[in-house]
Write a protein that binds this ligand. Sequence first.
Ligand code: BGC
Length: 786
Amino acid sequence: MANNTENNLISMLTLSEKAALQTGKDCWHTADVERLKISSVTVADGPIGLRKERNGNTVPAVCFPSMAKLACGFDPTLMTKVGAALGEQCRAEGVNILLAPGVNIKRNPRCGRNFEYLSEDPLLTADLANAYIAGIHSQGVGVCVKHFAANSQEYGRMVCDSVVDDRALREIYLNAFERIVKKSRPEMVMCSYNKLNGEYCSQHKWLLTDVLRNEWGFGGLVVSDWCAVDDRAKGIAAGLDLEMPKGDASVVEQAVNNGKLEEAQLDVAVERVLELEKQYREVSPRTVDLNAQRVLARQASAECTVLVKNNCKLLPLSKTDKIAVFGTLADKPVYQGDGSAHVNAFESDSLLEALKTANIQFTFAQGYGSSDETDESLLEEARRAALNCDKAIVVVGDKPDCEGWDRTRWTLPPSQLALIDAVTSCNSNVVIVLQSGSSVDVSFVHSAKAMLIDYYGGECSGQAIFDVLFGDVSPSGRLAETWYAYLPKYDAKFSQDYARALYNESIFVGYRYTAAANVPVAFPFGYGLGYGDIEWNNPTISSKDAKDKSKITVGITLRNTGNRAECEVVQVYATNVDSRLFHEKKRLVGFVKVKLKAGEKKTVDVVVPTSELAYYDVNKSCFTVNGGRYIFTIGKDSADDKYQLEYEVKGDNDTVDLSDKLPCYYAVDDDFDPSNEEFLALYGKELAERSATVHISTPLNDIGKSLTAKIFTQLITRNMSPEGKRNTLAAPLRSLVSDNLSKEMLYTIIDMLNGDVIKNLFKLYKQYINCRKTKKLKEKSKKEGD
Ligand code: BGC
């Protein structure tokens, strides 16, 4: 709530000033009011390096590994260090709020933004995000947790309705947000583009006010994703305080004047903007220690690399081995994804450069070109090099993933598969290094002795992979997402419908699905090897303090039997065997990363609050912990069942048995693919109707078949690639406004699409002429400015 100062300020503001404050000043600043000394708050993108724009260019910043890779560290301490480095970057550039972290759950490996997100598991996501936020906060910089909520696909992202049942929503998709809001008290939460259960998140009162503020106690500011606003007045009433970037303030003024929005509701939004502004009024700049940042970027990337196979201890390599390197990506790595998270990196390196710097002798064969097609002459050259070396390093990976685009395939390009085939058929000592935004089909792994998953390794990725390949660092990454052997059947529906995404699989996401269905995976969630050997012994479980029944302690004794320091990640999973409600067979309830010196022995305790066992009771609308028998698995990954311990939680077990009504959720197996009807029985609500009238948020696909619709669609999508066209057809009309299509023209076209063609033709023509004039003036003044 606002204090007196804000109340005083509010009373001094005119309605149009208030309306101006609830939207941005431009792309990266909140509005200011000079006469009242209200200044702007500056925001900029992250999450792995600052993306601050200055004079139309992005200022350089150290680019850390992608969030997908950092998550593999399972290491909150490392996340705090990276967060602090990003905070430092912000302070140096006068940025008050970093638009990060993105904490959406990876529902599907083909989502185009997975590289920006942490994990498929909410506990891991939240623990790592909280640590990262602590680092940013330590520098006096604020955070903006995004994208709230259930934003799991890029196709149709600005119109798509994510339809999620209450349990999956609470246990999976809202869960990480809840933990972060409660623990880290973020300054901002960014609502997502999509709809959730029938309503745009940017105007979803239940989401933004009832849950976020009233239930979880969020006290910060809710901002829209960039251009995510459908109905601004409705958004303000629902709890969306700030629209970004600059919107049309007069719409809000009018809404107040004509009674559609109460001024008091606008005041609440404005108060929150003022509260934020007050926090960042006086921030002194700090300098960035570039060297220290690059050392950290290299260390983080090396440590978070995941060693998934190492037969005959092929790795680490020796610096005197006769080495050949294959693949263009060894020279020009994909070290980050594209879109708003793209960093103008200071100096990116490569594996080839790292080898040269270390004076390692090697040969190099390119292996594949930039196209997907195999190139026989490059393959022939690769075969010759493979026959002529002791150890072969093959670097592969697809084009960078990009915001706005889901992947259309889950496999590597044929040209790269052919290279793996060529090299492994000529040499038996092959290590594959895979650069990828998220999981891909790795069925080729059987042909190589070793494989490292690099994800996107940041600007020091070359040095980092070098450190791992030659054993300067023992990799201690663990996969923060499932690497499937084959995609779940339910995956076939992913990213097919731009208008509606039914989350039919409910809570069975990632390892929750593979463990329940008992299907083989390529590499399970939580999996990763090191170079040494660690013995596990003596698992224990207790509620240590007999009086404190709110915590369960799961212990294990580790001994490093090797001759080098190693890290291990102890993971604890739980399941309630007595529950009559459908449930997962494994749920991560705690983890600890441990460092062990050579020969060292340690007993590790993982403390699990009983609240981690809770499921969401849809009848009581709250989380509940059932009494009954639980199986706790303490292991190296989600598929490691060596140590299982039973534990009785006192209390009543649930009586809800839905097995007759929802049999498919009780029999999760290889064929698990709930139909829409089965899902709707679980969902229990009506699906929202789609409006027949064309409005600003109607996707181009849905504007009808009239002549106006055909001409307009043709004009917008001409010269586009099939993929570009598919995405544009799934975008709302409001997102098409550009220098060639003014807002006024768009509104007239919408009237025409709704039937008023003749009377609007001349109006459109006049608006078109005006639009061209404005464009020319803009171009002229830009030229003069240059
Ligand atoms: C993205 C956000 C980003 C914003 C500003 C949007 O397109 O979804 O994640 O923070 O742009 O760049």
